[in-house]
Design a protein around this ligand. Structure first.
Ligand code: APR
Ligand code: PHB
Length: 389
């Protein structure tokens, strides 16, 4: 089998790239390890930057998002029972859109199906070959048979635990990592959100986040220990702890209910440099991970996909390789700024086991400065709504 671009991974990065390539007549095949149902069932965050919304519109996949998505023009940070609202619209002429990234993945799959795009699910033994030539290939097993996919380029969209990043030789790859000493316990409940905007809470008991999916579907998180397990937390215990961590006026208003999803996720910052090697290009979680404080995972994958799509379009349509040659540098420039913001929001709002009294005073001073200083609020707003591509 042959295609122009072999895409490893059928998560949002690979799906979006395949649809963008199709829009300019470039062929691709998506190779996905899991079933479609498994990928669509993954719990994901719920905030989209305008850049991602624009890409979804570009490939005609924004219909449901435009009907069901909720524009947010600010967010709340709370500490010591106080609240700071950071406006986006006071500084930046663009909102974020609250819409489940799980729904984005479903919408992308539906569009691919409607347009008859090629993909293979439940593949195994994926291996990449001849990446340093102009005729790379991918081998894989599907339905018990071995296959070889000849291609011009390979897009590694296979997430943090995929095979693509490993194809870059260890003496070429440089990996940067920070593992945080806590996790997020998340709950989804069919209850009205406690506030119409998100609340990021720094409390002496730890971080909490009040988010939502729609007017009757709420998403809440509390910081938890790495040794804690979901079964340690009854719904009642979760709600009681959440109430202790958010401002009293919000706790009094909180509508609780049975959890329809409950899970614990670890937090990590990670970047692989370079993001390309020969004809292999890494996108999204295959190349970088952020802690979820700020919901930058899919939003940073989207800018990678944008840069790679522009580079591949340059190659096939304009006969110029400038874009693919500059891909890694361009993508990493924005990736590191997003890593910084996600690390900063995480450091500002969480309680760390080894934090000294001085460290706590620094957090409080930073929050107080943010409350009093429009320039500080503007910096947060610009990063939160999404830096330019
Ligand atoms: N072969 C084929 N597919 C693979 C392999 C492999 N060896 N390894 C992993 N995959 C698949 C996974 O099953 C998964 O569906 O690659 C896909 C990677 O998807 P994600 O992990 O969702 O990564 P990405 O598409 O980059 O999404 C980025 O979206 O919702 C957010 O938080 C999420 O930060 C993440 C972001
Ligand atoms: C979510 O709604 O799941 C969400 C929102 C904002 C974040 C992280 C997660 O920073």
């Amino acid at each position: 089998m042959r295609t122009q671009v072999a895409i490893i991974g059928g998560g949002p990065s690979g799906l979006l790239l395949s649809l963008l390539l199709k829009s300019v007549g470039i062929s691709s095949v998506v190779l996905e390890r899991q079933s479609r149902a498994h990928v669509e069932g993954r719990i994901r965050a719920g905030v989209l930057e305008q850049g991602l919304v624009d890409l979804l519109r570009k490939v005609g996949v924004a219909g449901r998002l435009e009907r069901e998505g909720i524009e947010h023009h600010g967010t709340i940070l709370s500490y010591e029972n106080d609240r700071v609202r950071v406006s986006f619209s006071d500084f930046v002429d663009q909102p974020v859109v609250v819409y489940g990234q799980t729904e984005v993945t479903k919408d992308l799959y539906a569009a691919r199906e409607e347009r008859g795009l090629a993909g293979v699910f439940e593949v195994s033994d994926v291996a990449l070959g001849d990446l340093k030539t102009d005729a790379p290939f991918v081998t894989y097993t599907a339905d018990g048979l071995s296959h070889r996919l000849e291609c011009d380029f390979v897009a590694g969209c296979d997430g943090f635990r995929g095979v693509s990043r490993q194809a870059i030789p260890l003496d070429v790859r440089r990996e940067y990592e920070k593992v945080y000493p806590f996790g997020w316990l998340g709950v989804l409940s069919e209850t009205p959100p406690v506030h119409h905007e998100l609340i990021y809470a720094n409390s002496e008991r730890g971080f909490a986040l009040c988010s939502m999916r729609n007017e009757n579907l709420s998403r809440y998180y509390i910081q938890c220990g790495l040794d804690e397990k979901v079964e340690d937390w009854s719904d009642e215990a979760f709600w009681a702890e959440l109430k202790r961590r958010i401002p009293e006026e919000d706790a009094a208003r909180l509508v609780t209910g049975p959890s329809i999803e409950k899970s614990i996720a670890p937090l990590r910052s990670f970047v692989c440099e370079p993001m390309q090697w020969g004809r292999l290009f890494l996108c999204g979680d295959a190349a970088h991970i952020v802690p979820p404080t700020g919901a930058k995972g899919l939003n940073s994958a989207a800018s990678d996909v944008h840069y790679l799509f522009e580079g591949l379009r340059g190659h096939y349509v304009d006969g110029s390789d400038d874009g693919i040659e500059a891909y890694s540098a361009r993508a990493l420039d924005r990736v590191w700024k997003v890593e910084r913001f996600s690390w900063w929001m995480t450091s500002l709002l969480h309680r760390f086991p080894d934090q000294s009294g001085f460290d706590l005073k620094m957090q409080r001073a930073e929050l107080a400065f943010l409350r009093e200083t429009p320039a500080a609020q503007e910096a947060l707003a610009r990063n939160y709504v999404g830096l330019p591509y």
